[in-house]
Design a protein around this ligand. Structure first.
Ligand SMILES: C[S@@+](CC[C@H](N)C(=O)[O-])C[C@H]1O[C@@H](n2cnc3c(N)ncnc32)[C@H](O)[C@@H]1O
Length: 383
């Protein structure tokens, strides 16, 4: 029943996403009539979990679901920072519900002090107490990590710069979900090679190699480049089912960085992305993705998800909610165009890719690209 938005349907999501679209829709009569069908009017009442309000579809105007989804999303969005750019202090403020004066003070701290506060503050003690513990001694050179760099520089700027530069754990593996044409994996492998990292890139596509070859004629060359850079490429990988995929046996706690750029559960013919009949698939994709990752991300590891601030499929609030429920903390959202790894060839991830790519149009570059964002979500409050 449609009222079971995001809870009971979680269990069936993996089965649905792994099968062809025609076989994915549940057999319930509530799922079989797309918008505009006259039989659509026979829909039963359902309940919005967020507002606990029972709603009925209006057979004459056919618009109840629009209003319903807008209401739910509005309520949910208020719980999370806006999908637009949010710096480290903005995200921290949202997390701990800090007052403006505290926020002003945090913005004045240098990198070392700000990082200390963000790591140690637990909402119980005052910021002053936490600041009082900052050691004036520098760590031993042998113990110094990238995050200890530029200690006296302005904190917000330096932390934001480190996030944009993609300075991840050099020894840990990096995992990429739903990479489609694998050009992101190629870019990351080259980036890591340039930085002298020894950790591998484990790149995956949801599609089979045969489908990838149909859509991306350069795919074999791309795979070869990744493998030459010590990377590994796997196909038919459902990121919601990593724990039961035998190819991931032995990778527990190995990933220092995980990427899923522009997640989308796939288009269902006859339904628009935000339609309640199909929307839960996007929401559950994120829930199961973060839940599956919990055992694979090493302590201090980070998950990065790129999305558009105005996306109607996987929404920013879906990402934030799924991350929060699985103990990943939101620490910053930066504009995609400012990200070191922005320069790969984006894809739709479906058959449209054979002929065109997102970003091809002038309209995209001038408008939508500016609301593409990348969120950093470290595991278990670390990173
Ligand atoms: C909009 S495309 C983005 C592709 C690519 N990441 C990019 O940024 O160009 C969404 C991708 O998510 C993939 N996808 C959908 N469901 C998935 C799942 N359960 N596990 C892994 N990938 C999935 C699709 O196959 C598609 O390639």
């Amino acid at each position: 029943m449609i009222a079971a938005f995001g809870t009971t349907q979680v269990a069936s999501m993996s089965t649905l996403s792994a099968s062809p679209v025609s076989a994915r829709l549940p057999t319930s009569p509530y799922f079989v009539f797309p918008m505009g069908s006259s039989r659509f009017a026979s829909m039963s009442p359902y309940t919005c979990e967020a507002s606990a309000t029972s709603l009925f579809h209006c057979p004459s105007c056919q618009r109840t679901e629009d209003i319903w989804i807008a209401r739910c999303m509005k309520r949910r969005k208020g719980r999370y920072p806006p999908g637009q750019s949010v710096d480290v202090v903005g995200a921290f403020k949202h997390r701990w519900k800090l007052d403006d004066e505290t926020v002003r003070r945090l913005r004045e701290l240098n990198h070392r002090d700000l990082r200390h506060v963000m790591t140690e503050y637990d909402g119980e003690r005052s910021i002053e107490d936490v600041l009082g513990e900052v050691s004036i001694e520098m760590p031993d050179e042998d113990d110094m990590k990238t995050v200890d760099g530029a200690p006296q520089q302005p904190g917000v700027l330096t932390m934001g710069r480190l996030n944009r530069l993609e300075l991840i754990d050099p020894t840990a593996d990096a995992f990429i979900a739903g990479d489609a044409n694998l050009t992101f994996a190629e870019l990351l492998a080259k980036h890591r090679e340039g930085l002298g990292h020894v950790g591998r890139v484990v790149a995956t596509t949801f599609e089979s190699i045969e489908i990838c070859r149909e859509r991306y004629k350069e795919i074999d060359t791309t795979i070869k480049t990744i493998e030459d850079l010590n990377g590994e490429v796997l196909h038919d990988v459902d990121c919601t089912r990593l724990a039961v995929d035998p190819r991931f046996k032995g990778m527990t706690g190995k990933f220092g960085a995980v990427y899923y750029n522009f997640p989308h559960a796939g288009v269902v013919g006859g339904f628009f992305d935000g339609h309640p009949f199909v929307r839960w698939r996007h929401e559950n994709l994120m829930h199961l993705f973060f839940s599956a990752l919990r055992v694979f991300v090493k302590p201090g590891g980070v998950v990065k998800v790129a999305s558009n601030a105005n996306a109607t499929g996987v929404r920013f609030s879906d990402i934030m909610m799924a991350a929060e429920m699985n103990e990943f903390t939101h620490v910053e959202t930066v504009p995609f165009l400012e990200w070191q790894l922005r320069g790969y060839l984006r894809s739709y991830g479906d058959r449209r890719d054979a002929n065109r790519r997102p970003g091809d149009g002038e309209n995209y570059r001038s408008q939508r690209a500016h609301s593409d964002m990348v969120s950093r979500l470290p595991a278990l409050g670390t990173g």
